[in-house]
Ligand binder design. Sequence first.
Ligand SMILES: N[C@@H](CCC(=O)N[C@@H](CS)C(=O)NCC(=O)O)C(=O)O
Length: 220
Amino acid sequence: MTEPTGLRLYDYGASCNCYKARLLLVQLGLPYERVPVDIFDGDTLTDEYAAINPARSTPVLETDGRFLPESNAILVYLARGTDFLPGDPFELAQVVRWLIYEQTDVVPMIGGLRFRLLVGRLTDTDPDAVRRREGAQEVLRLLDDHLATRDFLAAGRYTIADIAVYGYTHRAHEAQIDLAPYDNVRAWLERVEQQPGYMEDVEPYGANAAPGAGRSIYGD
Ligand SMILES: N[C@@H](CCC(=O)N[C@@H](CS)C(=O)NCC(=O)O)C(=O)O
C-alpha cells in the first residue's frame, strides 16, 4: 500500500474533530504540515476556504493537491491498508457503524455541549444544555454496555472507530458530564491512551469563540 504524501491538515487546535486526524497521523508516523485555521476569526468564511471545503468546516486534509473534508473520511483515507481499518467486510462495516454513530450522536451531544458550555454560548440549565446532557448520558450508557464485553469498539482491536469516538468522549468532563457511572468507558479511555504513539494536544478555545466576539459560521 502506497503511503499518502504531500499531506497538509487545515485544522483548529480546540476541535476534537481535528484532533482525531492529528492523532491518527502521529500514530501512523505520517509527516504532515499543519495549517492553522481560526474558525472564529473568519478564516472559514473566505472564498478561498469555500473552494477547499464548501461546508466551511475543519478539518480538511490536503493530499497531493486534492482536498478531503470530514474528519471521519480523513480517518478512513489515512487508515486504509493498515491495522487501523479492517479488511474483512463485516469488521469494516462495524468500524463504519461507529464512525456514523460518532457523528450523529457523540459529536452533537458531548462535543456540542462541551463547546457551548466552555465558550459561554449555553449555561448549565439552558433547555438545550439539558437536552444535550440527557443525550450524552444515553450515548455513554450505550458505549458502556457495548464495552462491557469488549476491549475496543470493533474488530477486537484498536481501530479508527476508537479514535473517532475517543475524540470527544475523552473531553466529556469539559461538558460537565461525570464519567463515574461508566466504568467500561473509563477503562476503554485508558486502553486508548496506552496505544503506541498516543498523544493529546487539544488546545483551549480562544477568547474569540465567545458569542459576539468573533466571526464564524455560528453566526456571532
Ligand atoms: N462533520 C464535520 C464537522 C466538522 C466541524 O463541525 N468542525 C468545526 C470545528 S469542531 C468547524 O470547523 N466549524 C467551522 C466554523 O465554525 O467556522 C467533521 O467531522 O469534520
